[in-house]
Design a protein around this ligand. Sequence first.
Ligand SMILES: Nc1nc2c(ncn2[C@@H]2O[C@H](COP(=O)(O)OP(=O)(O)OP(=O)(O)O)[C@@H](O)[C@H]2O)c(=O)[nH]1
Ligand SMILES: [Mg+2]
Ligand SMILES: [Zn+2]
Length: 288
Amino acid sequence: MDGIIIKGIGGFYYVKVLDKVFECKARGKFRHNDLSPLVGDRVKIDLENNKGFITHIYKRTSMLIRPSIANVTKAFVVFSIKNPDFNTDLLNKFLLLCEANNLEVVICFNKIDLASKNEIENCVSFVKSIGYESIFVNGKTGEGIDKLKKHLFNNITVFSGPSGVGKSTILNNIIGTNKMETGEISERLKRGKHTTRHSELIEIEGGYLADSPGFSSLNIDFIKKEELKNFFREFDNYSDLCRFNGCNHNKEPNCAVKAAVEKGEINKIRYDFYIKTLEEISNRREWK
Ligand SMILES: Nc1nc2c(ncn2[C@@H]2O[C@H](COP(=O)(O)OP(=O)(O)OP(=O)(O)O)[C@@H](O)[C@H]2O)c(=O)[nH]1
Ligand SMILES: [Mg+2]
Ligand SMILES: [Zn+2]
């Protein structure tokens, strides 16, 4: 039988086949080729004496590390406009990670109840200038949540974004129960608790949805210098016009991307972030 792993706890994998869930163990042989099953994996399972075994893992289309989930196709990148305040640098990092993992992106601005009109406008115009779709929501009241729901069909969608922006609150609102723990960071620290440690897929609106813990440092070590530019979609319309093939839009002469930045057609904040990241990657390479 073919199914999908929706949860893994203590060596057991819960595999959904049609409308049934089977508790399965992995066959030892996966260890040999260094492949252990992940939530999101499409797998083949056998039943022997009422016990389930995963016998095959189908090829993955993507593999996230935090949270560790395979075959994710879409990300809701969540930021609150206030508390914690919106931060373009961090958004750029999350976007870069999504692009590098080949995920579709929906930017979601939460806590609209705490924001002024002006602050909302700023977010709208920033996102517009970089060519992404954004949805504004109130995770507590559910305002705007329907627009997010429309994105779930046929996808494995993961929430990403910094801690405290309201990811779990929005997820709870989408699924209609308080499945995920939410709360102020300070309260959580006091109780010595952390957000969900095991990953789980929740089936909803014809797709699967996964929460993720907030994190403040993002690992972009796997991105190569030469491919970084491909993850900035607003460069695409210009890069063919650069004088050099494979132009890195940095110090090369006659660079169409740089010209577009000067003309204000490409957001300078984004370009500066690109150069900063390019330098970070170059420096890292020198030391290795
Ligand atoms: N005012 C307001 N508060 C919100 C909204 N959405 C969430 N919150 C509050 O923000 C706090 C953090 O929400 P969580 O859902 O736990 O945030 P999270 O992104 O899951 O945080 P981590 O699990 O640490 O990554 C909670 O106290 C929520 O009640 C909103 O739309 N408006
Ligand atoms: Mg959470
Ligand atoms: Zn160029």
